[in-house]
Design a protein around this ligand. Structure first.
Ligand code: AMP
Length: 589
């Protein structure tokens, strides 16, 4: 018999997880990505593609690609897909469970490749409101994919399992799940191994995709205001704008503002027009607030149906990628009067819970799930204003200890004296309020600040701590763009089970002596980027002077980013360059 896995078959993304040595973990694909976009298609040569590759072709080839099939599960809705790149190519009809089977098959394959053994059985999750027909269709999809479906469990139940809700006491738990395309809120009652869904509400047409679309319209309006022309209404341009909108949204979850630069988005006569603007988190929050208010009404309905008041809830759990948005957390907390539990990543906890359940069914000693935490707070030295004047040297925490990694947080600081020409960013780890009493990790200066009164320059300091224990510190002067980056190799990451986590949270201070070294970034250039730069350099001679100048400017920015080893800007500029070349060469055959 092969291995048993837990699967979150989501509307936007799906994941597969296993239990190993009593602990659950999500398995990555070849690309290292833990999430597989729930998207299926045929390439222009007729090859079946599932996941990111399918998602990439979605905008350009909607007749060969399908996403969000979960909405149709349990119905006989047919999806017609063209199998190949030309109009004359054959089309085929698929039922929803047949498409879902392809996603499940891809997950099974992912697990088999990672584990090096057969995967034959699975626990699969579904929304609490799924009917019998929808559950049956999910089971059938699993069987088509070559999996014996041991159990179909509710997503909120799976999420709750990852939070150790297995006590003998009865607990009332509210699970708020906001993903890419759907929103559900469930109230579950858990006693030992028995979980009962008391009430469930939601909107299966509300999620992060709606936020992206609102932001897309907002960006289009900014473009129109700047240039007095509309963004072209063609599929490719709108797809670019939507992609930029999603990126801005994600950036704003950890930054107070995000800059957008989409070169050559439109034209006026022969003049190329670019979208260059900055979006503040507060702008974005105003766009999505009405949608989030709807989710609060659903919470009230679910609580009323369960005959409970907010204060009856023992825990509030956030699930789904869109709950990473700070305003979501804030509104749920204010509405319910308690903060959601902090712990497992919101987009992985359903899959982890499914794996735990699979482990239980297989009789394994399932204890916990794997959580990586930062054992010491990370921050910078800053001055604070007190009644007796400005006091320097305070430790301003940016990432609090015990944060689950990966984590990205930022804070905004202002200059404290008039005409202050520079700001020293000194990074420390520790818990002492006096910065110098903590362990220094590195420092650098942000220079060249224009003269101005105290407080006139706002500098955002962003800490990005990844799964490999790398801390990247980035400073951005508001309105001016990025100023500097420092990469710190931080070895002190710990792997804890969630049981151990609780214990460890109490005595972490004593646990750890960091062995950190400071390194500057050295990023090997990937061959795709090298080829792109070569292609761009060749195009310089064939383009109209105005476009050539724009291209040279992009190449210069890229060269600077590569020289100082800024990973994110390199990726952004690479994408911008690819878009530019695509556009410029399509319009100048
Ligand atoms: P899920 O369906 O749970 O996989 O969630 C997918 C949705 O979460 C998509 O709309 C993503 O754009 C969104 N998402 C993922 N990460 C973030 C983030 N850091 N901030 C805001 N939205 C995010």
């Amino acid at each position: 018999m092969g291995r048993t896995v837990g699967i979150d078959l989501g509307t936007t993304n799906s994941e597969v997880a296993i239990v190993e040595n009593g602990q659950a973990r999500v398995l990555p694909g070849d690309d290292g990505d833990l999430m597989l976009p729930s998207c299926v298609g045929f390439s222009d040569t007729g090859k079946l593609v599932v996941g990111r590759e399918a998602l990439r072709q979605y905008a350009a080839a909607p007749d060969r690609t399908v996403r969000s099939i979960k909405r149709w599960m349990g119905t006989d809705h047919k999806t017609t897909l063209r199998v190949g790149g030309t109009e004359s190519d054959e089309t085929r009809d698929y039922l929803p469970h047949e498409i879902s089977a392809m996603i499940l098959r891809a997950l099974k394959q992912r697990a088999e490749t990672t584990l090096g053994e057969d995967v034959t059985q699975a626990v699969i999750t579904v929304p609490a409101y799924f009917t019998d027909a929808q559950r049956q269709a999910t089971k059938t999809a699993g069987e088509i994919a070559g999996l014996e479906v041991l159990q179909i469990i509710n997503e909120p139940t799976a999420a709750a399992l990852t939070y150790d809700v297995r006590s003998e006491e009865t607990e009332q738990v509210l699970v708020y799940d906001l993903g890419g395309g759907t929103f559900d809120v469930s109230v579950v009652e858990i006693t030992g191994d028995v979980t009962e869904v008391l009430a469930s509400h939601g909107n299966n047409r509300l999620g992060g995709d709606d936020f992206d679309r609102r932001l897309q319209l907002h960006l289009a309006e900014r473009f129109r205001q700047t240039h007095s022309v509309d963004v072209p209404d063609d599929l490719a341009t709108q797809a670019r704008l939507l992609r930029a909108a999603e990126q801005v949204k994600i950036t704003l979850s950890s930054h107070a503002f995000a800059s957008v630069r989409e070169a050559f988005l439109g034209s006026k006569g022969k003049t190329a027009l670019h979208l260059e603007t900055e979006i503040a988190r507060s702008d974005f929050e105003e766009l999505i607030r009405p949608l989030l208010e709807e989710t609060l009404e659903a919470i009230d309905r679910a609580l009323a149906d369960a005959d409970l008041e907010p204060e009856d809830l023992d825990r509030v759990i956030l699930v789904g990628g869109s709950t990473r948005i700070p305003l979501v957390q804030q509104m749920v907390e204010e509405h319910l009067g308690q903060s959601p539990v902090d712990g497992v990543q919101p987009d992985l906890c359903v899959a982890l819970g499914a794996a735990l359940q699979a482990g239980v069914l297989m009789g394994e000693a399932v204890e916990a799930i794997l959580v990586d935490v930062i054992p010491h707070s990370l921050g910078i030295s800053a001055a604070v204003t007190t009644p007796i004047g400005v006091m320097p040297g305070f430790f301003s925490v940016i990432i609090p200890r015990n944060s689950v990694v990966p984590v990205s947080r930022s804070e905004i600081y202002s200059t404290v004296s008039d005409d202050q020409p520079a700001v020293e960013i000194e990074i420390f780890q520790g818990e002492n309020q006096v910065a110098e009493e903590n362990v220094p990790l590195g420092s650098y200066r942000v220079e060249g600040l224009a003269p101005g009164p105290a407080g006139s320059h706002q500098i955002e300091v962003n800490f990005d701590f990844d799964l490999n224990g790398i801390l990247t510190v980035t400073t951005t002067e508001k309105g001016k763009g990025q100023q500097g980056t420092l990469v710190v190799n931080y070895e002190g990451i710990q792997r804890l089970s969630s049981h151990e986590l609780k214990q460890a949270r109490a005595d972490l201070d004593a646990l750890f002596e960091a062995d950190e070294t400071i390194a500057t970034a050295a990023i090997p250039l990937d061959p795709e980027l090298t080829a792109l730069i070569e292609r761009a350099q060749q195009s310089l001679t064939t383009l109209a002077p105005e476009q050539a100048e724009e291209l040279q400017n992009l190449l210069d920015q890229l060269e600077t980013a590569i020289a100082i080893g800024e990973t994110d800007p390199i990726a952004d500029l690479q994408e911008e360059l690819a878009d530019f070349l695509y556009y410029a060469t399509t319009n100048n055959p």
